[in-house]
Structures are given as structure tokens and as C-alpha cells.
Write a protein that binds this ligand. Structure first.
Ligand code: FAD
Length: 477
């Protein structure tokens, strides 16, 4: 199926609210909004609506609600699970937040930023940084992912190990509910125990309960010193031992602790221009560690050198390079941030964004690698991720030269194989990317019984017509 035109009365009413450039119906204009970042899902939509503020968004949603038109909220469209892609019916409208892009206020007393949903994470970080503050959430997609998207997915990323996920940063929130009502929770209070924590219900709801339009985000003082190192280690256990060594000295100094397998690093080195390995020789695994502090002294340098010195002596780390300048630091981070892109260039891949208790990571990686290699000979097992949070992107890249379509036809077999090992180790099949449409089928077996039933009741209470991002998160009843 393809596009299903909006009823003319609805179309005209939407144009009156949003203006002609706020209602896109030409397939050449809407196409990019109907494909996900990985190009796994190719949907269709009746229109893309682009409100510029909450009021217009609420009016547009109320109209769609009255006409029974499904709505798919979309921010930067970087979802890894097809969360922002409409289905193929062509009935839905995509509601894009990209025109809601004002930063309203940075409050130095409360250390907060009041910001529209459509501001990209990078723009919000830059605005905080220009005022000597830090927005402590960082992900490789931050140039496109926006505040609404990161809250709707409860994004994690590189600094979760120090500051928590997006949920921990959201002090206040505003959302348009599926019937067009505006839920205004734009408070900036650290303490506010007055009834149910509705903003936390919206955070991580992946666009199924409403459209986030504004937020109050907690900031931090900007670090005045940073130390960044890329280390070669022999194994995931080696990476964890190094994490423990840093944590023992000063857990609050660890801003990021990222794991990269040798296989994934080799893809980056060979497929990304300017990303050659800055170490003597390839290793089985790597860690990118960043320490940061609001103090401007050289205590972090000593901490980094002490821990790495002992680790090299004990052969826990086999080689390491420390960034000596901001540009070297950025080069090291570039190598880490290009893993998703390198895997995309290497062919079809199946992504398992899982978490397990820290101590179980070595067993998980070993068992899952063995099981996947037995399932598909020649498969390239290329894990990387936020090991300090127990979060591994256990990604599986097609065998070289294999047919991508045939490889992807086995995606559920691969995902289920990995998930069963995760389950045995007490982990989660969805650590930070969310459920989207990719993993809804797994919900009954993982979140069945009262948990799934409670989710369905909440959804039915707020969106009885199932209009807000249908087909995402919750499987058909
Ligand atoms: P979209 O992709 O547009 O939407 C994501 C979901 O949120 C959809 O379900 C959509 O309907 C909903 N949504 C979007 N905006 C709103 C809104 N205003 N109100 C309500 N619902 C909304 N994720 C991590 O957590 N950590 C990482 O380290 C990380 N790294 C990534 C690296 C790359 C290269 C890529 C491509 C993705 C990565 N992601 C990561 C996944 C993705 O970037 C995050 O999920 C991000 O938070 C999505 O933001 P977005 O604006 O692109 O949202």
C-alpha cells in the first residue's frame, strides 16, 4: 500500500493551523520521514505535520484524534528499532517536532535548561557549554536526535555511567496527549512528591502515550579537566577489571567507560576514513575511558596515570594512548562513535541492545558468540557498548559476501538465541534503544502477566482509540 490522502476537510483545517509548509503531502517530501536510520522499515504516511509550537501541535493532534487518524511522533529519526517509522498502510500522519526548536532558558541557580522537544541534543549541549555548563547526555547520534526523542526513548549513552539515563535528567516535561489535551508538568523541582510521577510515564513511552513538546533538563557544571585514554585489553573480563580499578580510586571521576571488541574496531579501522588504530597492534578488545572533573588541577592526570601504570604493569592493559590535546581526544572519540556507521557499511546487521549484570558480561559475550557462530557460520560477532552500565550492543554482521536479505530473514532466530542467554543471566533484551516495532514480539515472553497488562491498561486509559504510534512497544492484544 502507499499514501492514503487525508480527508480534504482535515487537510484544509491542518493547513490553516500549521501553514502550507507545516503539512507535507508530496511523496517526494514525506519519503525521508517514512524510512528508519537503518533502512529496515519502509512505511507510508498520509502527511507529515510540522507544528512550530505546543499550541499548534495540540490543535493538530485534536483534529487527527477527531478524524481517527493515527499519529507517529518523530524527532531526529535515529531510532534503532523502527520506533518513529509509520506502517505501510499510509493512513497515519507523522508528527515531526523539528520546527519546535527554541531554547527558552538556562537557569544558573537551578542548573536547568528549558527547551523545546525539537532542539537537537547537540544544539542543547552546545548552548549549555557556551554558558560554562554541561548537558550530561551524549550519544553518537546527537547531531540529529532531539530532546523529545531522547526523552521518549529514555536514551542512555556514554555518560550514563556517571549521570544516569535521560530519565534522571528530566525535571519537567510538557506533552500533548492523544486527544489533544496538553499535560503541563514543566516544573524544575528536585523534590515534588505530589501523586503519580506522570512525567516519568511519558519518558521512555516511545511516542505511544503522547507527544513530548518541552522539557526542563538538569545541567551540571562543565568539567574543567578531562583525561581520555584508549586502552587495549585481552578480554571483556580485562575491561571489567580495568573498570573496577578506576572505580576503586574514584567512581565520581568516571565520565565514560566504553567497550569495543576487536572485530568491531577492525570494521571501523577499515571502513571509516581517518579512523586508523592509534595503538601498536590490534588487540582482542579495547576500552575508551574518560575521566572528568569540575576542578581545574592535574589530579585527574595523576589518577589516569596511576591506574593505567598499574594496569600495564599487571598486564591488564597491553597498550594505551592518552589524549594530549582536545583534537586527540576528539579523534579517540571519533573511533568509538563510528562503530554503528562502520557496521552499517559492512552490510546487513542484527542489533541486540542488551544489558546484563556487570559480572555476567564475560559469560554473556562468550556464550552468545559461540551460539551465534554455530547458528550462522561466518557471522561477524561485533559487540561494543557502554560496559560500565552493563549495556552491550551485541551486534551481528552478515558473513562477508553473504546475501543481506537472506541474512536478515534469520533476524528473529539470532535475536532469540541472544535473548535466551541474556534471560538466563538475569538481563534485559532492550537496554537503551527501546522496543519500537522491532522487538514488540518479544514483549509477551519478557514482560508478560501483570506487567504487560498494566502497560495495556495505561495505554487504553490515555489512548483508547490506539491512535498514538500504533504497533510500537505493545504487541497486538
Ligand atoms: P526518533 O528516532 O525520531 O524517535 C524515537 C522514538 O521516540 C519513536 O518511538 C518516536 O515515536 C518517539 N518520539 C520521538 N520524538 C518524540 C516526542 N517529541 N514525543 C514523543 N515521542 C517521540 N540510543 C541510546 O540510548 N544510546 C546511544 O548511545 C545511542 N547511540 C546511537 C548511535 C547511532 C549512530 C544511532 C543512529 C542511534 C543511536 N541511539 C542511541 C538510538 C537513538 O539515537 C536514540 O533512541 C534517540 O534517543 C532517538 O532520538 P530521535 O530524536 O532520533 O527519535
Amino acid at each position: 500500500m502507499s499514501q492514503t490522502p487525508l480527508p480534504p476537510t482535515l487537510h484544509d483545517a491542518l493547513v490553516q493551523i500549521l501553514g502550507p509548509s507545516g503539512v507535507l503531502t508530496n511523496p517526494a517530501d514525506t519519503e525521508a520521514f517514512c524510512v528508519d536510520w537503518r533502512a529496515l522499515y519502509h512505511g507510508h504516511c498520509a502527511a507529515v505535520l510540522r507544528p512550530a509550537n505546543t499550541e499548534d501541535c495540540a490543535k493538530a493532534v485534536a483534529l487527527c484524534h477527531a478524524h481517527n487518524v493515527p499519529m507517529v511522533p518523530q524527532g531526529g529519526n535515529t531510532s534503532m528499532v523502527g520506533g518513529a517509522t509509520p506502517d505501510s498502510s499510509g493512513h497515519a500522519v507523522v508528527i515531526s517536532t523539528t520546527r519546535m526548536n527554541q531554547i527558552h532558558n538556562i537557569d544558573h541557580a537551578d542548573l536547568t535548561m528549558t527547551v523545546d522537544a525539537g532542539v537537537t541534543l547537540k544544539a542543547a549541549q552546545d548552548a549549555a557549554s557556551a554558558q560554562g555548563l554541561l548537558l550530561p547526555l551524549s550519544i553518537s547520534s546527537e547531531g540529529s536526535a532531539d530532546i523529545g526523542g531522547i526523552l521518549a526513548t529514555n536514551a542512555g549513552g556514554n555518560n550514563t555511567v556517571r549521570y544516569g539515563n535521560a530519565r534522571e535528567l528530566a525535571l519537567g516535561l510538557e506533552a500533548v496527549l492523544p486527544d489533544g489535551n496538553v499535560l503541563n508538568l514543566m516544573r524544575k523541582l528536585r523534590k515534588d512528591n505530589t501523586g503519580y510521577a506522570l512525567r516519568q510515564l511519558l519518558v521512555g513511552s516511545e511516542g505511544t502515550l503522547g507527544i513530548i513538546t518541552q522539557a526542563v533538563i538538569q545541567l551540571q557544571p562543565a568539567p574543567r579537566s578531562r583525561e581520555t585514554a584508549l586502552c587495549a585489553v585481552e578480554s571483556p573480563q580485562g575491561a571489567l577489571n580495568l573498570f573496577a580499578a578506576f572505580r576503586k580510586q574514584d567512581p565520581s571521576a568516571i565520565h565514560a567507560f566504553e567497550f569495543m571488541s576487536g572485530t568491531s574496531m577492525a570494521l571501523v579501522n577499515s571502513l571509516i576514513e581517518g579512523a586508523s588504530l592509534p595503538l601498536e597492534a590490534p588487540a582482542p578488545a579495547y576500552v575508551l575511558v574518560e575521566l572528568a572533573s569540575p576542578r581545574a588541577d592535574d589530579s585527574l592526570r595523576s589518577l589516569m596515570e596511576d591506574v593505567l601504570g598499574s594496569a600495564l604493569e599487571d598486564e591488564l592493559v597491553t597498550d594505551a594512548v592518552l589524549a594530549e590535546s582536545e583534537s586527540q581526544r576528539q579523534s579517540l572519540w571519533m573511533i568509538r562513535e563510528e562503530h554503528a556507521e562502520a557496521q552499517k557499511r559492512a552490510g546487513a546487521s542484527v542489533k541486540n541492545d542488551v544489558s546484563v549484570p556487570l559480572a555476567a558480561i564475560p559469560e554473556f559475550i562468550a556464550d552468545a558468540t559461540k551460539a551465534c557462530e554455530a547458528l550462522i557460520p561466518g557471522i561477524r560477532v561485533a559487540p561494543f557498548g557502554h560496559i560500565g552500565d552493563g549495556n552491550i550492543h551485541f551486534n551481528l554482521v552478515q558473513p562477508e559476501g553473504a546475501d543481506p536479505t537472506a541474512f536478515l530473514a534469520q533476524d528473529h532466530a539470532m535475536m532469540d538465541t541472544v535473548a535466551e542467554i541474556v534471560r538466563k543471566l538475569g538481563g534485559s533484551f532492550s537496554a537503551e534503544h527501546g522496543v519500537g516495532q522491532l522487538k514488540t514480539y518479544m514483549m509477551p515472553s519478557w514482560r508478560g502477566g501483570a506487567e504487560l497488562q498494566t502497560m495495556r491498561r495505561i495505554k487504553a486509559a490515555l489512548d483508547p482509540q490506539d491512535l498514538m504510534n500504533p504497533g510500537k512497544v505493545l504487541p497486538p492484544a
